[in-house]
Write a protein that binds this ligand. Structure first.
Ligand SMILES: [Zn+2]
Length: 432
C-alpha cells in the first residue's frame, strides 16, 4: 500500500512524505514514491498522517465488570479515537495479579480486541516473586499506593520496597500515587468535595516516598496521572538528580478542572481528582517534564454514577476523545503536533518496551491514522462506542476528524465505521 500526498507528523514535526507498507510493516518513507503495479494507493491530500496512538493506561473492565466495558467495546472506542495499541490495567475482578490470571485475561482479549494490546500485572503484598517471573510478558508492574477502583493495594513499606528491589531494571513500576493513610484521614472528614477529600498533599506524600524508593533501588518509576504542580516539581528535580523516573498526564486533567467536577457532579469524579485551575495550568507549564499522555479510560454506567457521592465510583471514559482533544489544542497553538506524537506514541513505546510500535519508521508496524485537520464538530455522548455511553466532554467543539485508521497495514476504521473483526488485535508483548 502507498499512502501519498499527506502531511506526515513525526516527533520532529510535520513533513510531506509518502509511506509504503508491506506485510503489516512500514517499508519505505520518502518524498517521492511512485505506486507499483497493482499496489493500493491511498490519497491523503489535505490530511494529517499520524502514527497510531498508544494509550498506555486503560481499564477495559474484563473480567468481572463487562456490563460497563469489555475488550470488544473498549477497543472499538480506541479504534474510533485513533488509538491502535492499548495497555490494560490490572484492577479487574478478579485482579490480574498472577500468571494464571494474566493468561485468563490474554485469552479473553485474543477473541475480542480490535486493536493491539498489552497488560499490566498488579502488585500485591505477597506476589513479588510471581511479578518477577512474568515481567517479560507485561508492560509494567502497577502498584496502587492508595485505594481506588478494585482491591489492589500496597500501602506498607516492606512489600513496596521488595517489589522495587526485585523487578527487572528495564521494566517500569507504575504507581498510583495517593497516600492511603492521608486518604483515610481526609475521607473521614465527610467532605463532599472530591478534590478536598483526596487533596494534593496525598499525591505529594505518596510520590515523595516512591521517588525515594526508586532512587535507592535504581528502578524505573513511572508515575501515572500526575495532577498537581508540586508533583511535577518533585519529578523534575528527581530527573535532574538522575533518578529513573517518567510521568504521565491524562487529557481529563489537562482539559478539565474542579469547576468542571462541580458542574459534572459524580460524572466528574476521578482518582486523583480534577484539580484547581492553578494545578491544571502547571501541567501545561511543566509540559516538557511530562513523558506520556494516556487516558486512564475508566468507564462506569450512568446508574453507577447517579448514586450518592459516597457510593458513586471514580473514573471517566476517555480513550475515544484523546486524539481530537489534543489536535484541537494543537490547532489553538497550545502544543506542537510533534510533541503530541512524542507523548502518545514515541515515549510510551520506549518506556513500556513495545518494540514493533512507536514511530512512523521503516520496520515498524504500519499503524496509521488519517485525520482531516479542518473539520470542526461537537463531541456527543451518542458518538461514544464505550459501553458506558457518555463522555465528560459532551458538547465540546473539537477540530480534526479521524477518517481512516490502519492497524498493521489493514484498514480497520473508515469514515465512522469499525471494520476490524473481533480478535484481529494482537498482543504486543510475549505471550504467557
Ligand atoms: Zn487508572
Amino acid at each position: 500500500m502507498l499512502i501519498c500526498n499527506g502531511l506526515v507528523v513525526l516527533a520532529e514535526g510535520p513533513i510531506r512524505l509518502n509511506i509504503r507498507t508491506h506485510d503489516e510493516k512500514i517499508v519505505e518513507l520518502a518524498e517521492n514514491l511512485t505506486s507499483e503495479q497493482g499496489e493500493r494507493v491511498v490519497d491523503a491530500t489535505g490530511r494529517l498522517v499520524l502514527p497510531g496512538f498508544i494509550d498506555s493506561h486503560v481499564h477495559f473492565r474484563e473480567p468481572g465488570d463487562t456490563h460497563k466495558e469489555d475488550f470488544f467495546s473498549g477497543t472499538q472506542a480506541a479504534l474510533a479515537g485513533g488509538v491502535t495499541t492499548i495497555l490494560d490495567m490490572p484492577n479487574t475482578q478478579p485482579p490480574t495479579d498472577s500468571r494464571d490470571r494474566l493468561a485468563e485475561k490474554a485469552a479473553l482479549a485474543s477473541t475480542k480486541a480490535v486493536v493491539d494490546y498489552g497488560f499490566y500485572l498488579g502488585a500485591t503484598d505477597s506476589n513479588v516473586e510471581e511479578a518477577l517471573s512474568v515481567s517479560d510478558q507485561v508492560a509494567a508492574l502497577k502498584l496502587y499506593m492508595g485505594s481506588s477502583t478494585g482491591s489492589l493495594l500496597v500501602t506498607e513499606f516492606t512489600p513496596m520496597y521488595r517489589h522495587f528491589s526485585a523487578f527487572p531494571l528495564h521494566k517500569p513500576i507504575v504507581i498510583h500515587a495517593e497516600d492511603e493513610q492521608s486518604l483515610k484521614y481526609f475521607g473521614a472528614l465527610g467532605l463532599k468535595d472530591h478534590n478536598q477529600s483526596r487533596p494534593p498533599i496525598s499525591a505529594q506524600i505518596a510520590l515523595s516516598r516512591a521517588l525515594a524508593i526508586a532512587e535507592k533501588t535504581g528502578r524505573a518509576l513511572h508515575v501515572a496521572h500526575t495532577t498537581t504542580a508540586r508533583e511535577l516539581e518533585l519529578i523534575q528535580e528527581a530527573k535532574q538528580k538522575g533518578v529513573h523516573v517518567t510521568c504521565e498526564v491524562t487529557p481529563l486533567h489537562l482539559f478539565l478542572t474542579e469547576d468542571d467536577q462541580h458542574r459534572l457532579g459524580n460524572f466528574g469524579k476521578v482518582n486523583p481528582p480534577l484539580r484547581a485551575e492553578s494545578d491544571q495550568k502547571a501541567l501545561w507549564t511543566y509540559f516538557d517534564t511530562i513523558d506520556t499522555i494516556a487516558t486512564d479510560h475508566a468507564p462506569h454506567t450512568r446508574e453507577e454514577k447517579n448514586q450518592p457521592y459516597e457510593k458513586a465510583p471514580s473514573g471517566m471514559p476517555g480513550v475515544q476523545t484523546m486524539l481530537p482533544l489534543l489536535l484541537t489544542a494543537a490547532s489553538e497553538g497550545k502544543v506542537a503536533p510533534g510533541e503530541i506524537v512524542k507523548r502518545c506514541v514515541v515515549h510510551p513505546a520506549r518506556i513500556f518496551g513495545l518494540k514493533t510500535k512507536g514511530a512512523l519508521e521503516i520496520g515498524k508496524d504500519a499503524d496509521i491514522v488519517l485525520v482531516n485537520p479542518n473539520v470542526e464538530y461537537e463531541l456527543t455522548n451518542e458518538q461514544m462506542l464505550s459501553k458506558c455511553g457518555w463522555t465528560p466532554f459532551a458538547g465540546k467543539k473539537v477540530k480534526g476528524k479521524i477518517e481512516q485508521v490502519f492497524i498493521r497495514g489493514s484498514l480497520a476504521y473508515d469514515q465512522g465505521v469499525c471494520l476490524a473483526e473481533p480478535g484481529s488485535g494482537k498482543p504486543v508483548l510475549k505471550q504467557v
